[in-house]
Write a protein that binds this ligand. Structure first.
Ligand code: TPP
Length: 601
């Protein structure tokens, strides 16, 4: 069928099971086609196609669906009239890779950070809005999901939670949830076996047999939910049957559905490490993707190489605590190298943060790599558990700065702002590999408190060799262009140093690399004000709350008048697009900055 002609899901009612199966194939094909061009969350979306079709076909009385994280809502978008726009997935002003309230009345909850769906469902239930939450086994490891289950279990109303169990988070799931679900999945074959035994033992009624199957206490029963499952999430008849059971309950229900992550695209089906969970564009025939050239590497790859070397020396004294993002944070090799000393805690940023603090207070060297936007969730733990106790931890703030394609939920433009409010936290922002290694040596070996290192989503100019040794890093900003009598100064940090360097040279502007955001290099600030020349600040951060106000307040406290102009992002939710498109739309690309500077000089 022509997917782009779909206006809403009502047409599903008229399709036979065979036609629904055919539709599932077509939707998969379309998802693969679009993601191969635009990038996106491939495997999760391929796995959930039949389940999404079944939900839209069965529940047609205004029920709303909240897909936890929302990264697996592509089929939902196609069925709710967005197939045409789906071609512009993750582009500037295009369709979001997650559920989005502005896109459709079918999306009532805007998500992308994990484990919030059940809380939202519980909230909407108060106004009798019928919401079905669909949560993955990975998202279920997040603490907020448990807080919500704890609440919802006691509500005496029908509320359906679909547990979409593909036995995978981004990589293999971890912990008790993984084991409990493994047990449930294997118990099912046990039940089938005991069904045969049932005949042998001539159990009297089918009702008793059904009871044996469905009333076995599971963790969910113990919590107070009605539990159905595990059932095959690619089988429409099975899904409809259990939806029917579930909707007749006057209490909260969990339907445990088993699906195959990556279904229909062989490299994704066979993926054991999470390489196809989220992908950049790729060749459909070969599965080939654009990689960084051999001679270069991402900031996180450089970090990973450092930690491998550090581990070779310090062995089990080093612990790396990773909340679920091993593959996207380029830590796969490190994980394999460190074995049990690399601790994947699941989608647990608050837990991982407190846990890291206790490890550090017990005397381990600890590195906690977390995406900038996910670390927002652990602000309290950073403040109270790490900083107040002055725990010696290296927090690697991954995907900091401007983040392309994923949109406002994943922007890394906010970490400088929120980290700056934590009193004894040092915040460093390396601009190249040399500086990164110097800072890491300092943070691990010369310092004894918490340090956050802001790691942009960028490729370093070159791979360099390094030693694990005491460091000369001294929180001093550096002059990059070494201009004798500059016309002005521009302060920036991180990968913005190499972004702006050459353009500034043309105008005799001295570029100052503010590699330490907290503390400030006060000597440098004093030295550059003496000239009374314009001082520009360029930040890939929210200007109102990042380095700019710290500098302004420094000069203000010293009663120094200066001529400052800051270029940075507004206090807003910054959306999707490539980095250059986003920069352009905020007047922060090289050309716009060059024009503004020319006017101001
Ligand atoms: C707070 C938070 N941390 C990390 C992530 C990154 N993330 C996106 S999807 C995902 C895995 C989700 O696994 P699961 O719920 O099992 O869904 P699946 O992709 O397997 O269908 C993770 C870790 C996130 N979205 N939010």
């Amino acid at each position: 069928m022509d997917l782009k002609s779909i206006k809403d899901p009502t047409f599903l009612k008229d399709l036979s099971i065979a036609e629904l199966e055919e539709l599932a194939l077509e939707i998969r094909k379309y998802i693969i086609e679009v993601v191969s061009k635009r990038g996106g969350h491939l495997s999760s979306n391929l796995g959930i196609v039949e389940l999404t079709i079944a939900l839209h076909r069965y529940f047609s009385n205004g029920e709303k669906f909240i897909f936890d994280v929302g990264h697996q809502s592509y089929c939902h978008k196609i069925l709710t009239g967005r197939a045409q726009e789906f071609e512009n997935l993750r582009t500037l002003n295009g369709i979001s890779g997650f559920q989005n309230r502005n896109e459709s009345s079918y999306d009532i909850w805007e998500v992308a950070h994990s484990s919030t769906s059940i809380a939202a469902q519980a909230g909407f239930l108060e106004s009798n809005t019928k919401v079905i939450s669909i949560i993955g086994d990975g998202a279920l490891t997040g603490g907020e999901a448990f807080e919500a289950l704890n609440y919802l279990a006691t509500i005496k109303k029908n509320a359906i939670i679909i547990l979409n169990d593909n036995n995978f988070s981004i990589s293999k799931n971890v912990g008790f949830i993984r084991h409990a679900l493994d047990k449930l999945r294997s118990t099912r074959s046990y039940i089938k076996l005991s069904d045969k035994n049932r005949k042998n033992y001539r159990l009297k009624s089918i009702k008793n047999a059904i009871k044996t199957i469905f009333y076995r206490p599971t963790i969910f029963d113990d919590m107070g939910f009605k539990y159905y499952g595990p059932i095959d999430g690619h089988n429409f008849n099975e899904l409809f049957k259990y939806f029917n059971y579930a909707e007749r309950q006057n209490r909260p229900v969990i339907i445990h559905v088993v699906t195959k992550k990556g279904k229909g695209f062989i490299p994704a089906e066979e993926d054991a490490v999470g390489a196809w969970h989220s992908t950049s564009s790729f060749d459909i025939k070969t599965g080939a993707r654009k990689e960084a050239p051999e001679s270069k590497e991402y900031f996180t790859e450089a970090l990973s190489r450092y930690l491998i070397k550090f581990y070779d020396i310090y062995q089990e004294k080093l612990k790396v605590v990773m909340p679920a993002m091993t593959y996207p944070s380029n830590m796969l090799e490190l994980k394999e190298h460190m074995g049990k000393d690399y601790i994947d805690t699941g989608i647990t940023e608050p837990f991982a943060t407190s846990f890291s603090s206790a490890l550090a207070l017990s005397g381990y060297y600890v590195c906690l790599p977390v995406y900038s936007s996910f670390l927002q969730r652990a602000y309290d733990q950073l403040f109270q558990d790490i900083a107040m106790q002055n725990a010696h931890i290296v927090i690697a703030v991954d995907k900091s700065g401007l983040i392309p394609y994923t949109g406002k939920t994943h922007q890394g433009l906010y970490d400088i702002s929120y980290l700056k409010t934590i009193p004894n936290l040092k915040i460093l922002a390396p601009s190249d590999a040399n500086e990164l290694y110097n800072m890491l040596n300092h943070a691990f070996l010369n310092y004894n408190g918490p340090i956050a290192i802001h790691l942009p989503y960028d490729i370093l100019d070159k791979k360099i060799d390094f030693d694990i040794s005491n460091s000369s890093y001294d929180y001093k900003w550096t002059k990059i262009n070494n201009i004798i009598n500059p016309k002005a100064y521009l302060i920036t940090y991180s990968s913005m140093v190499s972004y702006l360097k050459d353009m500034l040279k043309k105008y005799d502007i001295e570029l100052i690399n503010a590699n330490s955001i907290s503390p400030l290099d006060e000597d440098m600030l004093i030295s550059i004000k003496d000239d009374n020349k314009p001082i520009f600040i360029y930040e890939e951060a929210i200007g109102d709350t990042s380095l700019t106000p710290s500098i302004l307040s420094f000069y203000n406290n010293k009663n120094i008048n200066i001529n400052i102009k800051s270029f940075a992002y507004p206090l807003d939710f910054i959306g999707m697009g490539s980095k250059e498109e986003l920069r352009k739309s905020y007047g922060l690309d090289i050309e716009s900055i060059e024009n503004k500077i020319k006017e101001l000089l």
